[in-house]
Design a binder for this molecule. Sequence first.
Ligand code: SF4
Length: 377
Amino acid sequence: MASLRQIVEENVREAAPELCEKLDGHRLRCHACGHHCPIPEGQPGVCKVRFNKGGTLYVPWGYVGGVQCDPIEKKPFFHAYPGTLAYSFGMLGCDLHCSYCQNWVTSQALRDPNAVSPPLEAAPEALVRDAVSQGAKVLVSTYNEPLITSEWAVEIFKRAKAAGLVTGFVSNGNGTSQVLQYLRPWIDLYKVDLKSFDDRHYHELGGRIGPILETIRALYEMGVWLEIVTLLIPGFNDSNDELRRLAEFIAGISPDIPWHVTAFHKDYKMTDPSDTKPADLLRAAEIAKRAGLHYIYAGNLPGRVGDLENTRCHNCERVVIERSGYLVSDYTITPEGKCPDCGITVPGRWAPAFDGQIANHPFLPRNSSRMFTILNR
Ligand code: SF4
């Protein structure tokens, strides 16, 4: 039986030339994420899934670590095609190592022997065909860090766009100018997980804050629809000062970027902090409001955060989308994306009509057991 490492090393192709730079000798520099790893011959980068073999950079290809049909509200995107189904796939690996990761089984698969997630053989055409047959309007790369598997995502997104689907990343945002240019023609939506506003905290997670802030700025300037999420962890990133600086940073780019502040629950290796309480989310939302953000949402505690699951028109305060958890219970935005009362544009990407929801909870694609085979282990 092949080990997970062997499977990952066998299911590869050469990196996109835009994401790989030749250095001296057989060394290479990878530009798929903000680490810009210089990689000696025979070694992987920090993410463990891109590696230098004989002076060529090889990258993941031909498998998924998981596939699921999610309501788009789960990603979360609240200003992009509300109520639609987001067909979601991931691979394995991550460039960070957050001790509270909620997707650690796939993201930490090559670092942590307890993270056991058998890869499934997959073809781009079959994934897109399946997404369409499930009724999805959106195809999302998520569960592991999609930047480090950008070539595979682009191959799928090209076919997805030809089939009329919208495409998106759910990402830690540790990007580079090279990878954003590479993705630009093929990506519509981008969720950045802004984990903290303190570079020391990012060092604990294995990254730096600089590339993440640059990525947020660049995505906004590129016109990709952007929403930002912060998982609020008591004692880690929830001081008033840090939250104020974080919210002011987002508002300084645009007050119209939706910010989701979501509740932490003990997961993976981070079991010391207490779970986030509704009052913590309400406090963070109030700070963000004072910083000037127009669209603030509180997540992971449905029904316990007052009005912070709904979208209100920023101008006249009418509720234009009413939600409870992932359920969209009322939708009154016009086909042009305007408030039906005052007529002001609500920023986002809106469908011409709200067609109801296929599901307000995640589910595995029907027939998935027939579609995907476990790669030999
Ligand atoms: S994706 Fe990031 S961590 Fe992985 S090899 Fe490239 S630069 Fe390094």
